[in-house]
Design a protein around this ligand. Structure first.
Ligand SMILES: Nc1ncnc2c1ncn2[C@@H]1O[C@H](COP(=O)(O)OP(=O)(O)O)[C@@H](O)[C@H]1O
Ligand SMILES: [Mg+2]
Length: 337
């Protein structure tokens, strides 16, 4: 069952040159000069299923934050439709907003810097509709989750960037909403805490509380660790959407490494006819075979190598989402040149 549906979504921003002045504004208003726009999302269609962790990967400026803002009901698209939890993101924005917790990068600016963490969170818990009797307990619980409980009497101004991000995460956790939008959640956060947050999202929010998570990131490794499906976004367009494993199988390059005792002369050319192989590199007695889906054709490859000498060592190195990302983005960038 899909919980977020995006149909042909388009978003353009109005942009101003550094030379823009009041005359330009007047010319634009009377139609003497065309308004300059930037297309941040271009015909994006997506269905996100309930209870999945969905990753939006893309380089800086790809349109990830724009997409999350539209889903959160904070930004109105220029074209297309967005339905979130059954609500129309254009016509029922209040309901859409109440369906999503949005962890934004830099979102901690909403806290009162001269007010202790604890009281800041109590304020936000009440604003977001918590029962007053239960507020203190809930705030204590989320402060423990993000590891800030011992600092609860300190002020946001004395926190590090990573701690402020954790404080913002704590605020999001106070609102029991079905969709959790995470925009670069672990930027500035130390590896230990980042790992804890990932585990918490996966095991507690998704498995136990049945939430749906959208993670926008350029941390490919993080996405690979927790996402069920991934969309690769570039210049406002979706290049591919699939399960993480499928993307790696379809676009990643596997590497099989053999160490051979005996001769390797002629081995490279003898493997050229195996369709799944894209390249063979021989370094001394080590042979590296590159290609797609090598695992399923391994018998044929082994037989060929075996004819040349005794195989002392063999290993298959799996592709990562990083490889897929580089491949897909590289293809588009290459076409532009
Ligand atoms: N308020 C805005 N006004 C003008 N351009 C914007 C605005 N917000 C974002 N953009 C532009 O839209 C594009 C996509 O931005 P964004 O969605 O923030 O990308 P990402 O989060 O993937 O880095 C970028 O080129 C960015 O400069
Ligand atoms: Mg962004």
């Amino acid at each position: 069952m899909s919980i977020i549906d995006l149909e042909h979504l388009t978003k353009t921003y109005y942009v101003r040159d550094p030379s823009h002045n009041w005359k330009t504004t007047v010319k634009e208003a009377v139609g003497l000069k065309k308004k300059k726009t930037l297309t941040a999302l271009n015909d994006v269609s997506l269905n996100i299923q309930k209870n999945e962790i969905f990753g939006i990967l893309g380089p800086n400026g790809a349109g990830k934050t724009t997409m999350l803002k539209i889903i959160a009901g904070l930004l109105i698209p220029n074209g297309g439709e967005a339905t979130v939890c059954g609500f129309d993101a254009l016509k029922e924005r209040q309901d859409v907003r109440a369906s999503c917790s949005f962890l934004r990068s830099g979102g901690w600016i909403i806290f009162d810097y001269k007010y202790p963490l604890y009281k800041n969170l109590i304020f936000w818990a009440v604003v977001m509709g918590a029962e007053y009797e239960e507020v203190k307990e809930e705030v204590d619980a989320v402060l423990k989750v993000v590891g800030l409980h011992e600092k609860k009497s300190e002020f946001p101004e004395s926190l590090s960037a990573g701690e402020r991000q954790k404080l913002n995460l704590a605020r999001c956790l106070l609102a029991p909403r079905p969709i959790f939008l995470l925009d670069e959640p672990t930027v500035n956060i130390d590896p230990y805490s980042a790992n804890f947050i990932r585990e918490y999202v996966k095991n507690t929010l998704v498995k136990e509380r049945d939430m749906t998570v959208l993670l926008a990131t350029h941390n490919l490794w993080e996405a690979e660790m927790i996402c069920d499906r991934i969309a690769i976004l570039h210049q406002g367009r979706i290049l591919e959407v699939d399960k993480t494993e499928n993307l790696k199988r379809r676009f990643g390059t596997e590497e099989a490494v053999f160490k051979i005792k005996g001769g390797v002369r002629g081995l490279k050319s003898s493997m050229e006819d195996i369709p799944c192989i894209s390249d063979v590199v021989v370094i001394g007695d080590v042979v590296k075979v590159f290609g797609r889906d090598l695992r399923n054709n391994f018998r044929q490859i082994i037989d060929r190598v075996d004819g040349y000498g005794k195989i002392e060592y063999v290993d298959i190195i799996q592709p990562t989402i990083n490889d897929v990302f580089m491949q897909l983005i590289g293809e588009v960038e290459g076409d532009r040149e």
